[in-house]
Design a protein around this ligand. Structure first.
Ligand SMILES: [Zn+2]
Length: 122
């Protein structure tokens, strides 16, 4: 598989999409093919729903954390990983909206944007 061809987002069709992690699935009752839901991903790692994508982003941050990282520190890492995930996923959404999605604060979202160098939408 060429590395350049996969970058562009192409919606794939399937009769049913099932999350490899939690097993939730989407599809039409009639069985006609549907596009992968906007918020899902499907690549060589598998197919994941939005909740599991968030969870995987959080888990990746925790995996990268040092072993001696305390509980509080890990909870913080997890929260910021989810915020960063949402900022990357929907950079055009306002900070307040992303904060609500992540049950976080506008300040935390703004800080994540600065870390990611993703400017605020106008
Ligand atoms: Zn899932």
């Amino acid at each position: 598989m060429s590395a350049t061809a996969t970058k562009r987002k192409r919606r794939k069709l399937a009769k049913r999409w099932a999350c490899d992690n939690c097993g939730v699935s989407v599809g039409r009752i009639g069985g006609e093919k549907v596009e992968l839901p906007e918020s899902w991903t499907s690549d060589r790692d598998g197919t994941f729903c939005l909740l599991c994508r968030r969870e995987r982003a959080a888990q990746a941050a925790l995996d990268a954390a040092p072993e001696d990282c305390g509980l509080e520190e890990r909870a913080k890492l997890r929260r910021s990983a989810v915020i960063e995930f949402e900022v990357r996923r929907r950079p055009g959404h306002g900070d307040g909206e992303i904060a609500r999605t992540c049950r976080s604060s506008v300040a935390a979202v703004a800080a994540a944007r600065r870390r990611l160098k993703i400017p605020k939408p106008h």
